[in-house]
Design a protein around this ligand. Structure first.
Ligand code: SF4
Ligand code: SF4
Length: 353
């Protein structure tokens, strides 16, 4: 696949008001142990069930023979915050080691997302020793407390010094003509929920929803954007991406459908995706056209659009295709997905050992 976004932990040292999932927050004592156990009882099986290769083909970039280039896909490890104690030593580093053992050096581009404020030279060395290809510093926006406006500049300067000293490079600008996806890195990159980025309107999810912060409307098709459902089925090809939660639940998008498409702690990711190919609901999501997802189930585009209208918690009228997707999943998809899961289980059981 081109990209797998794997949320390793719900634990975070922050509780940002715009966060896309309410489960990302600080946990203490028994509650912290519960989220740690959820991660560390699943990550080995999740990684074992990821595709055997992360090589994908990119038809937009051709070899001299005119064939699609073969490229190395990315696995993005994220939280929450993977660098907090005790997530870092107990889950994050072992997960990096498991990915290295599965794919070998250069078999996958391992990217991590962190808020950056916990990175030290020692932790940076420990990540680079484990073949981290990219460190994406998320949270460079006005929603992260202490990172508003110019307040984030000292952290950015400190990290830039640390990364440069460690021999990392910033992700090159497109104007340089370099294609960093084909380079070995290691790279670093700063980003945040800025209005001009693909998450600028904020997803109608989590605390962004609870705090009525999302600015999306019916013209904001998150499904057709980066991190949306588009191309999720096309494993082996450019553009394919899925999102995985700590317990192995897998989704066609990072916004997450109301029902997961399967569980990667229980069965191989490719088996799940193959079983959904040709199904009209999932093919519509694969096209980035959620308003067509219900056509085979008696949901016209008009009905889907009507279902996409609701109110924000503060009473403001709100409409977005992801809301229609939520309602469709709640009304229709649970038994459909359960049936597909059962069929896969039976197919596996009937295979010779
Ligand atoms: S936005 Fe990031 S840093 Fe803030 S609570 Fe969510 S996961 Fe944590
Ligand atoms: S419409 Fe559904 S599948 Fe598409 S991005 Fe929104 S929640 Fe995900």
């Amino acid at each position: 696949m081109e990209s797998i976004y794997y949320v390793l932990t719900w634990a975070c040292h922050r509780r940002c008001k715009h966060c896309y999932d309410t489960r990302f927050r600080p946990y203490v004592r028994d509650a912290l142990e519960d989220v740690l156990v959820e991660s560390d009882t699943h990550f080995e099986r999740v990684i074992a069930n990821l595709p055997s290769t992360m090589i994908y083909q990119d038809p937009k970039n051709l070899t001299p023979e005119g064939k699609p280039e073969e490229r190395i896909g990315r696995i993005i490890l994220a939280g929450g915050e993977v660098l907090i104690d005790p997530v870092r030593e107990r889950i994050f580093y072992p997960a990096l080691d498991a990915l290295n053992a599965k794919y070998g050096k250069g078999g996958v581009n391992i990217s991590i997302q962190t808020t950056g404020d916990l990175v030290t030279p020692k932790i940076l060395d420990e990540m680079l020793e484990r073949n981290v290809w990219m460190i994406a510093i998320a949270g460079m926006d006005d929603f992260h407390v202490g990172m508003e406006g110019d307040k984030r500049l000292p952290l950015m300067e400190k990290l830039t010094d640390m990364f440069d000293t460690a021999g990392m490079q910033p992700v090159p600008e497109a104007s340089t003509g370099r294609d960093y996806l084909t380079e070995k890195g290691p790279f670093y990159f700063f980003f945040g929920a800025q209005p001009d980025q693909w998450i600028g309107e904020l997803w109608p999810r989590g605390r962004a929803w609870e705090n009525s912060l999302t600015k999306a409307d019916m013209n904001t098709n998150f499904c057709a954007r980066h991190s949306g459902g588009r191309n999720f089925l096309n494993h082996g090809m450019a553009g394919s991406e899925v999102a995985i939660e700590p317990d192995g639940s897998v989704f066609p998008c990072c916004l997450k459908t109301k029902v997961p498409i399967g569980n990667v702690a229980e069965e191989p990711l490719i088996d799940i995706l193959e079983s959904l190919k040709g199904h009209p609901v999932f093919e519509a999501l694969n096209e980035g056209a959620p308003d067509r997802m219900g056509l085979s189930q008696g949901w016209s585009e008009e009905k889907f659009h009507q279902a996409s209208h609701t109110e924000l918690p503060n009473g403001t009228p709100f409409a977005n295709l992801c809301i229609g997707c939520d309602k469709f999943h709640e009304e229709v998809m649970e038994p459909v997905i359960r049936d597909l899961t059962k069929k896969r289980r039976m197919a596996r059981a009937s295979q010779p050992i």
